[in-house]
Ligand binder design. Structure first.
Ligand SMILES: [Zn+2]
Length: 328
C-alpha cells in the first residue's frame, strides 16, 4: 500500500480536459474509499483497483480528503473525482458526503465522476446538481467480450439503461471503452472497440478509449508474464480513433496510462513518442489528419501480425470454447 493515511486522497493532479467543446483546466483527484464492490466478487480481469482500496473509510476520513483536495483547487473549470470504484455507491461515498463533495465545487462548470451503472437511477440523478457529469465504463458493446474477456459483472443493457437515464436528466455522459481486453487478437480488439464507439457515441458527449495497461496483481498480468498477452499497438489505437470521422459532434479521445512502456499501449522505441505526441494533439483538436501518414519500420510488423492472427482465428475460437464451457 502506497499510503496508509486514510485522511488523504490517493493522489491529486492537474491536466486539461474539454467542457462544451472548449479546452479547460481540470483538477483531478483520486479519493481513497473502500473500493469497488465488484472487485470483492472477483472483479475485472484488467483492474488493479483492489490493491489501493481500504476498509474503514467513512465520513470523517472523506471530509479530511475533501479538505486536502480543496486546498489544491484554484478555480479550474473542470473537476474530476475518481474513487477506485463508483462515486455513486453509497457504501463508498455516503450520500451526505456525496452532496457535500459536489457542493464544494459548485463554481466549477463540470464535475465528472465514475459509476458502475447499477448505482445510476432516476432518483439519484434527480438529486445531483446540474454541473455533474457521469463517466460509465462500458469497456465493450459486446456482451460476450464483457463476460468472457473483461468479467465486467454487467451487460450492455445495463449501460443502455444508465446512459438513457443520465441523458434524460440532461447530464453529459462520458463513456470509457477498453481497447484489447485479454483473449482477443489485435484485429478482433480493433473491431470490438470500433463497434463499441459506434454504439456508445450516440449516447455520449465524449468517448474515452483506454488501451489496456497491464496492472499489478490482475488476471491480465498473469497472462502477460507468461507471454500470452501483449498490450495493444498504437497503430491499432489510431485505427480505432478514426471512427471519429462518423461522429463529428462527439469528442473521441484517448489518454492512455503507461503509454510507450511494455505494460501499456506501445509500438517501438523509434516511433512511440512521435505517435503519442500526435495523439495528445488529436485529443484536443480532433483533427483526423494528425493520425494519418505516420511511417515506421514497425508498421509492417504490426500489419503482418494482424494478418497472421487472422489465419489462426484464435479469439473467435477462445470465445466459442468459453461460451460452451460456461454454458453461456
Ligand atoms: Zn515504430
Amino acid at each position: 500500500m502506497k499510503n496508509m493515511d486514510l485522511s488523504s486522497p490517493v493522489t491529486v493532479w492537474k491536466e486539461d480536459d474539454v467542457v462544451d467543446g472548449r479546452r479547460e483546466k481540470a483538477l483531478v483527484a483520486i479519493l481513497r474509499t473502500r473500493g469497488c464492490h465488484w472487485s470483492r466478487k472477483g472483479g475485472c480481469t484488467m483492474c488493479g483497483y483492489n490493491v489501493e482500496s481500504l476498509e474503514g473509510i467513512g465520513v470523517e476520513e472523506l471530509t479530511a480528503q475533501l479538505s486536502a483536495v480543496l486546498s489544491r483547487y484554484e478555480g479550474e473549470g473542470m473537476v474530476k473525482l475518481y474513487t477506485s470504484g463508483s462515486f455513486l455507491d453509497p457504501l463508498e461515498i455516503p450520500v451526505e458526503m456525496r452532496d457535500r463533495i459536489l457542493g464544494a465545487f459548485d463554481q466549477a462548470k463540470r464535475v465528472l465522476f465514475e459509476s458502475r451503472p447499477e448505482f445510476v437511477t432516476p432518483e439519484i440523478l434527480r438529486e445531483l446538481p446540474d454541473h455533474a457529469s457521469i463517466a460509465l465504463g462500458l469497456e465493450s458493446a459486446s456482451d460476450t467480450v464483457l463476460r468472457c474477456s473483461v468479467h465486467k459483472g454487467f451487460g450492455v443493457k445495463d449501460y443502455v439503461r444508465a446512459s438513457d437515464a443520465i441523458n434524460d436528466r440532461g447530464l453529459p455522459v462520458r463513456t470509457y471503452l477498453l481497447l484489447k481486453p485479454p483473449y482477443l487478437t489485435e484485429r478482433a480488439a480493433i473491431e470490438d472497440t470500433a463497434a463499441s464507439i459506434r454504439f456508445a457515441a450516440p449516447r455520449s458527449e465524449s468517448v474515452s478509449v483506454n488501451p489496456l495497461n497491464v496492472q499489478k496483481e490482475t488476471v491480465v498480468e498473469g497472462l502477460w508474464r507468461r507471454g500470452d498477452y501483449r498490450s495493444p499497438w498504437i497503430w491499432s489505437l489510431f485505427e480505432v480513433l478514426k471512427v471519429k470521422r462518423e461522429f463529428p459532434g462527439v469528442r473521441i479521445f484517448s489518454s492512455p496510462s503507461g503509454a510507450g512502456t511494455q505494460r501499456g499501449v506501445h509500438n517501438c522505441p523509434e516511433c512511440d513518442k512521435r505517435l503519442l505526441d500526435a495523439l495528445e494533439k488529436f485529443n484536443f483538436e480532433q483533427d483526423l489528419n494528425l493520425l494519418e501518414g505516420h511511417q515506421c519500420q514497425c508498421r509492417k510488423e504490426w500489419s503482418s501480425l494482424v494478418s497472421m492472427e487472422d489465419l489462426m482465428r484464435t479469439s473467435v475460437d477462445v470465445h466459442r470454447h468459453l461460451e460452451d464451457e460456461l454454458a453461456l
